[in-house]
Design a protein around this ligand. Sequence first.
Ligand code: SAH
Ligand code: MG
Length: 189
Amino acid sequence: MNFVSLKAYALEKKVPIITDEVFDFLKLFISQNQIKDVLEIGTAIGYSALAMASFGCHVTTFERDEFMIDEAKKHFDLFEEGERVTLIPFDALTYEKNLGMFDLIFIDAAKSQYETFFNKYKPYLKQGGYIVCDNLHFHHLDPSKVNRHTQALLKKLEKFKVFLKEHTEFETTFYDFGDGVSVSKRIML
Ligand code: SAH
Ligand code: MG
């Protein structure tokens, strides 16, 4: 098993993994900023966690879905990089145990909860650390052509972008590559 076959597997199972652009971005970002410890929210089958582990990080990653937990465990066993991944098979919204401190928090779980994840996990970010969020464009859906539920979700994502822009503790840059990525740097106090 390698990254190419894991990506093909995700495609076959219709699991939305990071795009190649986000993969390449994370690789560069992790090396340029000497990122060592990553907290990921949303493991799915383990693709992005294994990617970041292959870039030299230790990755602690949350997954709440039983099927995904089994898939991720399987892949963490199959890949050598799995040794540098700690899976937390719990809902990140309700998990209460201490986690240690991280250089990077990568948010890629339920899109309606990004602000909640951000607020809940920022205490685990080191000074000068980063929070990166994936899928801020949410496939560029047209709000007038989707159902109410998706409309509400798109609204929440827009609200989250404003929250990031106005945040006084973070400086955020928005990128259009992949499905839209934000990089928020905690301002040094
Ligand atoms: N980061 C992965 C893709 C994650 S897909 C990659 O790029 O390879 C999003 C995943 O987040 C789904 O598997 C979903 O079950 C999980 N998820 C959503 N909300 C969650 C929560 N509150 N806690 C833990 N996992 C969550
Ligand atoms: Mg994603």
